[in-house]
Design a protein around this ligand. Sequence first.
Ligand SMILES: NC(=O)CC[C@H](N)C(=O)O
Length: 229
Amino acid sequence: MKAAVIVFPGSNCDRDVSVALEHATGAKPAMVWHRDSDLPPVDLIVVPGGFSYGDYLRSGAMAAKSPVMREVVARARAGVRVLGICNGFQILTEAGLLPGALMRNAGLKFICRTVDLRVENAESAFTSAFSKGQVVRFPVAHHDGNYFADSDTLAQIEDAGMVAFRYVAPGGVIDASGNPNGSANAIAGLFNETRTVLGMMPHPERAFEPLHGNTDGKALFDGLVEALS
Ligand SMILES: NC(=O)CC[C@H](N)C(=O)O
């Protein structure tokens, strides 16, 4: 599996995800600067976490207009897998690759902790190494993670099986105590309709090796390698 990581001014998880991809694939991914307008041929494009353009205007709004994003959108439309993590999820919604928007957290505070997630759909290249209903723990670190979509869009998302991960309370229960940021339908990770694009607020690249104290994120990278090699 060949991968590329897009780097914006203010990205801060680009190197973490590069290390995770190198562990999973045995090769360093291509690091592509936001101003570049061409991407090497790859099987996976990662839009990493961080504070692109200082989160000015709206998180992800300015990055979505970067030259490289025209190519990312074109590749995504052609079926290349695209993974947006945290700020990457925000960028993918701003670029129109995923429906809805990420608003300020309901509690108006930056949240930095590990949360419980339930795998809602294991039928994708991103989630095939998990099983449906499995509860995993990933770190989150954001101030704009409150997923919003109007009720018609939410109904379409649910009907089409586009929810990848939901925030849950310990024991896998969906309630307000398990939902750190007030996201609609407790959505933590969302696919496009064809499940070739995934945006997620939690960080699998911060939980993939024993040194992290948590290896739950490893299955996401291993599943991608299995599906795309
Ligand atoms: N870790 C991140 O990617 C942060 C995302 C975004 N800048 C926010 O705080 O909402």
